[in-house]
Design a protein around this ligand. Structure first.
Ligand code: SF4
Length: 134
């Protein structure tokens, strides 16, 4: 399973919203799998991943929202840097969530994610707080 850096945070806030029905169904299935198999190995990436595979913005394996300042690729790299994970590194989902608990803060998340169309809903910050036990 490949997951791009910023999607580790989107997963925390997911409440069934997304670009279209196919996208939502795929993301829901991936999250269920991850939640049921914490030892599953994940390749952390900064390009299209398993969640992107059903996205309408994925054109021939490239994200059309990817290459501009503050875009999703920048967010991937910023998230991975906070979590101390190299793009391409393979680690268990359990380890990823442990790193989020330990290293990601609400302030850092706000800085990375505030220009995202979904961030204003507040679900992602709530997801982070819940993971951290708050
Ligand atoms: S917008 Fe880009 S990064 Fe986000 S899910 Fe779609 S293809 Fe992936």
């Amino acid at each position: 399973m490949e997951i791009r850096g910023h999607h580790f945070l989107c997963i925390l806030g997911f409440r069934g919203l997304g670009y279209d029905e196919k996208f939502v169904k795929n993301m829901d299935e991936i999250i269920r799998k991850l939640n049921n198999e914490h030892d599953m190995l994940i390749k952390a990436v900064d390009s299209v991943d398993n969640i992107c595979s059903m996205c309408p913005n994925n054109v021939n394996g490239e994200c059309t929202e990817e290459e501009y300042p503050g875009s999703v690729k920048g967010k991937d790299r910023a998230v991975l840097e906070v979590l101390d994970i190299r793009p391409g590194e393979i680690l268990s989902y359990r380890e990823v969530t442990n790193r989020i608990k330990e290293k990601m803060t609400e302030e850092k998340m706000e800085k990375i994610c505030s220009n995202c169309q979904w961030f204003g809903l507040g679900y992602c910050l709530e997801g982070l707080k819940k993971l951290k036990g708050g």
